[in-house]
Design a protein around this ligand. Structure first.
Ligand code: UN1
Length: 490
């Protein structure tokens, strides 16, 4: 497999080849790691404000090339162009946040328990990082790693998803043009098995000091185990089964809008996509009726047009999603058609020609229960479960049930319910009267349980992923003062 070229195709027009790459073997991955490790000390010697200037250059270049990059995202992974533009904006937002951090990267001065002695803390770069990313956000989510990692003085080997190879190359080119010296950022295109063995060898040889991974819980667990062997804590951003609670006092139209966007936007292929709506029994039927009507009205199809969603990411994701459709059980109530949109299984008002790409019907499944796979597992496709609850405690128990813990949301006009939900939900992110997806780029992003290992990306919090705290003490008393042994109590 590794010597075969990989072709990345447009999922909306499968005969459109976007890129052809030759996946790297294990030795090439180790060589890239060695290159990053070798380049790192000189990059760390560049003053942080100057590294911040490079991030500023990157930001300007991304802005100047925003439309072309957004169009490429749409072409390579089928994301509707309005969303793709938002994704590119998310890179700019990330750069804007961190370019100023180059002039901060604050440490602390701390009093000593002894006279004539001063304590300090410094943030030090971790070293060489290997960043492995999914292709559903082929440029924004990688930038969440690359920008802070580079700003903090680390070098990076970036292994993007093969099906998003062209987007990765385009983004990396803008980064390098922004002023990164040779070896500071290397893109490696590789299949999963070679990435895993290559990473293992690089860790064994001491060439990689930090791993960042965004992808499935299953692969994240394997990477976590591998890193643990080398006493490393990777940054793991994994799946989600994100719940939305709709209380009896909620604004139902707002809740429907949120469910439509986070359940079916991006064809449900965000880690923050809505998994299950948990609606109070008093509003369940009304919510379901309005939600079903909104979905029936939605435009789906050609992602270069104004559509709610386009195709699934690639053939592999489409095949996996078809298996997940098999989780629909006899006790479920399904509205509308299911499966691939074809001439035999058409959708009224479909935009474009369904035969050209990987287009799927939106599916609402009412009556999901905790015993169902559909209730417990991430589906990564345009399918949303609905269930009813009686008490808020029951709703929260249902919301926590699957054991993920990335994003969550509650629609309510009652602040007590909102704050109770915030306190009792096990999730890294909580929205009130807003959808589960669409996190802003300067808040901590990450999850609990099956969604990750507690690491947080974005904002100042990610600095703790890409720097280590170094403590320093400076004794200017001219004698040996011993901590804990000579504190004078007045
Ligand atoms: C992902 O799907 O990996 O919050 C990230 C959101 C986006 C990021 C999703 N800003 O929906």
């Amino acid at each position: 497999m590794i010597n075969d070229a990989y072709t990345s195709t447009n999922p909306a027009r499968l005969d459109d080849v976007v890129a052809t790459v030759r996946p790297a073997d294990e030795a090439a991955i180790v060589a890239a790691a060695r290159r990053a490790k070798t380049a790192q000390p000189a990059w760390a010697d560049v003053p942080a404000p100057v590294r911040g200037q490079v991030i500023a250059n990157i930001s300007r270049l991304v802005e100047a090339n925003a439309e072309a990059l957004a169009r490429l995202v749409t072409r390579e992974i089928g994301k509707p162009v309005a969303e793709a533009r938002g994704e590119v904006q998310e890179i700019v937002d990330t750069c804007q946040f961190f370019l100023g951090e180059g002039r901060r990267l604050y440490g602390q001065t701390i009093p000593s328990e002894m006279p004539d002695k001063q304590l300090f803390t410094f943030r030090t770069p971790v070293g060489a990082a290997m960043i492995i990313t999914a292709g559903n956000f082929p440029v924004a989510v990688p930038s969440w790693y690359l920008v802070p990692a580079l700003l903090c003085g680390n070098t990076v080997v970036w292994k993007p998803a093969l099906y998003a190879a062209a987007c990765a190359d385009a983004l990396a080119e803008l980064f390098v043009r922004g002023g990164l010296p040779d070896g500071v950022l290397t893109v490696v295109h590789a299949d999963g098995p070679e990435t895993f063995t290559g990473l293992g060898s690089a860790l064994e040889d001491g060439l990689i000091d930090k791993v960042g991974f965004t992808g499935s819980t299953e692969v994240g667990r394997a990477i976590g185990e591998l890193c643990g062997r080398y006493l490393q804590t990777p940054c793991l951003e994994l799946g989600g089964k994100n719940p939305m609670v709709v209380t009896e006092d909620a604004d139902l139209d707002l809740a429907v809008e949120g469910a439509l966007f986070s359940g079916f936007g991006t064809a449900g292929q965000r880690c923050t996509s809505l998994g299950t709506v948990i609606a109070h029994e008093a509003v369940h039927d009304e919510f379901l009726a309005r939600f079903t009507a909104a979905v029936a009205d939605a435009r789906i199809g050609d992602p270069t047009q104004d559509v709610l969603y386009g195709p699934l990411l690639d053939e592999k994701f489409a095949a996996a999603y078809e298996k997940h459709l098999g989780w629909i059980a006899p006790h479920h109530r399904v509205s509308g058609q299911i499966g691939r949109i074809t001439a035999q299984n058409p959708r009224a008002g479909f935009v474009g020609d369904p035969a050209t790409g990987l287009f799927y019907h939106p599916v609402i499944v009412d009556g999901v229960r905790p015993g169902d796979e559909l209730f417990q597992q991430e589906t990564f496709g345009p399918i949303v479960g609905v269930t009813a609850y009686r008490t808020l405690d029951e709703a929260i128990e249902l919301a926590n049930g699957p054991g993920y813990g990335l994003s969550s949301s509650i629609y309510t006009t009652d602040p007590t319910k909102a704050f109770t939900f915030r306190r009792k939900i096990s999730a890294g992110m909580v929205s009130v009267n807003n959808s589960t997806s669409g996190a802003e780029a300067h808040l901590p992003f990450g999850g609990n349980g099956r969604s990750g290992n507690g690491s947080r990306q974005s904002g100042v919090w990610v600095l703790d992923q890409f720097t280590r705290w170094q403590a320093m003490n400076w004794d200017y008393s001219g004698r040996l003062q011993k901590a804990q042994m000579e504190v004078a109590i007045l």
